[in-house]
Design a binder for this molecule. Structure first.
Ligand SMILES: Nc1ncnc2c1ncn2[C@@H]1O[C@H](COP(=O)(O)OP(=O)(O)OP(=O)(O)O)[C@@H](O)[C@H]1O
Ligand SMILES: [Mg+2]
Length: 268
């Protein structure tokens, strides 16, 4: 079943269009990868879905329907109820998720309480349970830590855990793994896959075609705010129709193959 549907969406900053004619849909339990070079409008589209465009930004045209209802017609108060609980978001930098100088546990408790009646003890039990499922070494210690005491990778994994605790219907992941080392990256990806196992639909913004290949059902390719290609991951990655998509995929494959990357002794 279709859970999210964008139709002919146009987004502007200070009146200037940065995304034009964006249309796609997300089914329940599906992972959609969004790829494209820097500035192509990936974050803008994600932010528009939850009504959190940067200042000067506006959706000028089209509809963004969540479960059939146009989010563009919702009030800020209604959107606040939808964010986190219905549509969760993880951004590139977990430092925007957590306040560095307040304990992780207190912040998680506050977020859970904002979306439903829960005691601190219940919140802690639920959180430690998720930490445990995500193979955190010492969940109790993380709960009692300040974000500044944790590594970037650990903060990001806590952000994923928090998103999971709210059990959203849709998770928007905006380059959640791009600032991480390989080990943390793989941990976060495997955690996101668990989310998907829980029936959550995911929009996964990334520069990384390898990740798209391994986890996405559908792919949307963007360039300069316009859709270049949109379809099943299999079709877009292995039989691209669009010139730009071909180029993007070819670049990745070349880097990965022999003769190019650093492993072959050449500068990338
Ligand atoms: N607050 C703003 N005011 C004006 N223009 C903005 C603002 N925020 C973003 N833009 C513009 O919108 C366009 C799309 O930016 P966006 O951040 O969505 O790109 P992106 O694909 O997420 O890039 P990256 O891969 O670097 O994260 C860019 O041209 C950017 O300059
Ligand atoms: Mg971005």
């Amino acid at each position: 079943m279709e859970i999210l549907k964008l139709d002919s969406v146009q987004i502007t900053y200070d009146g200037i269009p940065v995304a034009e004619d964006i249309s796609f849909s997300l089914n329940e339990g599906e992972i959609l990868g969004v790829v494209g070079e820097s500035g192509s409008g990936k974050s803008t589209i994600i932010k528009a879905v939850v009504g959190l465009l940067n200042s000067g930004g506006a959706v000028k045209n089209g509809t963004i329907r969540y479960k059939g209802e146009n989010l563009l017609e919702k009030s800020e108060r209604q959107l606040r109820q939808i964010r986190g609980k219905e549509i969760g978001m993880i951004s590139q930098n977990a430092s925007t998720t957590f306040c560095p100088i307040r304990k992780v546990g207190d912040q998680i408790y506050e977020t859970l309480r904002a979306h439903g009646k829960i005691s601190k003890r219940e919140a802690k039990t639920k959180t430690l349970d998720i930490f445990n499922k995500l193979n955190f070494m010492d969940g109790e210690k993380v709960w009692n830590s300040y974000p500044f005491q944790l590594s970037g990778g650990m903060n990001q994994r806590v952000a994923v855990a928090l998103a999971m605790l709210l059990e959203p219907k849709i998770l928007l992941s905006d380059e959640a793994t791009s600032a991480l080392d390989n080990i943390s990256r793989n941990q976060v990806i495997s955690e996101l896959i668990k989310l998907y196992d829980m029936g959550t639909s995911v929009i996964f913004v990334t520069h990384d075609i390898d990740i798209v290949e391994s986890i996405c059902d559908k792919v949307l390719v963007l360039k300069d705010g316009r859709m270049q290609e949109y379809g099943s991951a299999k079709q877009v990655l292995f039989n691209p129709q669009n010139q730009y998509t071909k180029h993007l995929i070819q670049c990745t494959r070349q880097l990965r193959g022999t003769g190019y990357g650093k492993a072959a002794g050449n500068e990338v």
